[in-house]
Design a binder for this molecule. Structure first.
Ligand code: AMP
Ligand code: MG
Length: 313
């Protein structure tokens, strides 16, 4: 098995060395665990796709360790600059036109845009002190299409010794992926609902559009079936049927196998969702109670819909 390493100065130094020399390290972020590789090294980026079994047409988010690095890789207009100031470091990914510089072409699926994020982490400062300041490609550290990992053990369960090191930062704070916003000249489009609810962008963006129909392919790599357990997922379940595992939300008299938030708190539900889907993946069906669609509920429902979609690949 790979080394699951605590966040100590020695282990952080080793992780920075592994990344510098083209290795793969699973890292905790505020969203989920990421599978990190040096974004400028083709061989390392290729290995990320291979280890995850990720289709090559699904582009990777480029993670920078300092928000000031954004202008190096992308053309940043005033709307993007405002969002960067308000939300970085944090769980917001911005899709922007590329600058003249590019990370490994393998990461970008031949697009003219680049997806950039500056995560809030416990390791960026240490890496910088050890002489490594990115950029990193860092998709979620799970097999492609499976449920994302929110603990170091989830990563070990999915990827085993295919990674060189797993840094254990405990359970991820948000537990759900970043919100992906495409920035155009005069408007922005939510490509993927995520840890920052779309409502929070309204004060900053006069023309904010939500990507059209759920399940429609709106960006490369946004597969209908994703984030999926082996079990069939039954949505909006108001009862538990024989032979099912049941995920509840909010106060209930029903016998639940996992209540992702007994008080009905969407933040807590987002944090617990992937753990619940992984833990209860030992029966044919996971039934899930309705979850409200406002705020963070948009991202939770998006992931549940994808978890429930037929697996076409
Ligand atoms: P993941 O790394 O699995 O969290 O997924 C990253 C997502 O970001 C992908 O599924 C893409 O849809 C999206 N993405 C990455 N790069 C771009 C881009 N240049 N344009 C649009 N979407 C992108
Ligand atoms: Mg992923």
């Amino acid at each position: 098995m790979p080394k699951i390493a605590n966040i100590t100065s020695k282990n952080l130094e080793e992780a920075a060395e592994i990344l510098t020399s083209g290795g793969l390290v699973a890292l905790p972020t505020e969203t989920v665990y990421g599978l990190a590789a040096h974004a400028l090294q083709d061989k390392a980026v290729r290995r990320v796709y291979a280890v995850k079994g990720r289709p090559s047409h699904n582009p990777l988010i480029v993670h920078i360790m300092d928000s000031a690095h954004a202008e190096h890789w992308a053309k940043v207009n005033s709307m993007a600059r405002t969002l960067i100031q308000a939300f970085w470091p944090g769980p917001l990914t911005l899709v922007l036109p590329k600058s003249s510089r590019s990370v490994s072409r393998i990461a970008g699926a031949e697009l003219e845009t680049v997806a950039l994020r500056c995560p809030k982490t416990t390791w960026a400062t240490a890496f910088k002190n050890f002489g490594f300041d990115g950029p990193l490609v860092m998709p979620s550290a799970n097999r492609s299409g499976h449920v994302s990992p929110t603990t170091a053990q989830h990563v070990a369960d999915d990827l085993g010794d295919k990674v060189d090191m797993i840094l254990d930062g405990g359970e991820c704070q948000n537990g759900i992926e970043s919100t992906v916003l495409k920035i155009e000249e005069d408007h922005a489009i939510v490509l993927r609902p995520g840890a920052i609810p779309a409502e929070e962008f309204v004060p900053f963006i006069s023309d904010l559009r939500l990507a059209s129909k759920p399940g429609k392919l709106i960006a490369p790599g946004m597969m209908k079936s994703h984030y999926a357990p082996k079990a069939h997922v039954r949505l909006d379940a108001t009862n538990k049927r024989a032979g099912e595992n049941y995920i509840a939300f909010g106060p209930t008299d029903l016998e639940a196998d996992f209540n992702i938030s007994p008080t009905g708190d969407l933040k807590e539900a987002a944090r617990n969702l992937y753990s619940a889907l992984r833990l209860l993946d030992n029966k044919d069906v996971i039934a899930v109670a309705p979850v409200p669609t406002e705020g963070l509920g948009a991202a939770i429902n998006d992931r549940l819909r994808r978890a429930a979609a037929n697996k076409e690949h």
